[in-house]
Design a binder for this molecule. Structure first.
Ligand code: HEM
Length: 225
């Protein structure tokens, strides 16, 4: 434990921690998307509600929620510390050294897009997580909560914009993780880039399809939904 903590305090240790927690959060994103795709099942939310109920009540999933929160906190905390450290380590040499300047720009973009994703998460959890557990006196099912939220075009726009920014965050995040893991020039670079593109491009597009689907439903039913 002591050695692990010592490693974490080093710059390489922190970079590795950001990369690994980032990958872990990506795996959550895939599971979350997988369940959300049941929203398209066309069965009035029956299958989605079943899975959502399982996720909300299963004790193992509840334990994993704690791991998820720790993963998020570690990812955010370590990225912010790294950014400040990098900034104070290289003050004004960029005029002469382009690579350092572009790496600084890249990490600034990641920090900025990460902050937007964080703000999205606060709003998202307020609506759905908190909404389903504490603010749901009307007794709406999870599917109904989603349907009602996405009947609002402003909320949809907020989500779609957040997903574009999430894609951007993941793109930069993957690039710097590749550098950290030293797989920039490996034999598998192309394959790894393809997998990364699924995360930063395909996953956000599929997420964005959800608000659009419900917005269309809202207008098709004349605003009843
Ligand atoms: C249109 C896309 C999305 C929909 C419809 C959606 C829906 C939901 C719902 C209904 C919940 C509550 C689940 C519960 O109470 O058990 C939830 C929780 C959560 N969502 Fe999303 N979500 C979407 C996108 C995202 C994205 C892109 C992220 C991450 C960047 C995210 C992160 C989370 C987290 C961290 C939780 C709490 C963990 C949990 O309860 O399992 N969601 N989402």
């Amino acid at each position: 434990m002591g050695t692990l903590l010592q490693f974490y305090t080093s710059s390489v240790g922190k970079k590795l921690a950001v990369g690994l927690t980032g990958l872990f959060l990506c795996s959550f994103l895939v599971v979350h998307l997988g369940i959300n795709l049941f929203l398209f099942a066309g069965d009035g939310g029956e299958s989605y509600n079943m899975y959502a109920e399982f996720m909300a009540t299963n004790p193992l999933i509840k334990m994993l929620e704690v791991v998820l929160v720790v993963g998020f906190l570690l990812h955010i905390f370590t990225s912010v510390i790294l950014w400040f450290k990098n900034r104070s380590a290289r003050p004004e040499r960029y005029a002469m050294y382009d690579a350092a300047a572009s790496s600084e720009l890249s990490s600034r973009v990641t920090l900025l897009t990460g902050s937007v994703v964080f703000m999205f998460l606060v709003i998202h959890l307020r609506t759905f997580w908190f909404g389903s557990r504490y603010g749901n006196e009307a007794g709406y099912t999870m599917y109904q909560l989603v349907m009602r939220a996405f009947g609002n075009p402003v909320y949809d726009l907020l989500y779609i914009t957040s997903f574009v920014i999430l894609g951007y965050h993941l793109r930069h995040g993957f690039q710097s993780a590749f550098q950290t893991f030293g797989i920039n020039n490996s034999r598998y670079t192309r394959l790894i880039e393809l997998i990364a593109a699924i995360f930063w491009l395909v996953v956000p597009i599929l997420f964005a399809a959800i608000p659009l689907y419900f917005l269309r439903m809202h207008y098709m039913t004349g605003g009843i939904v």
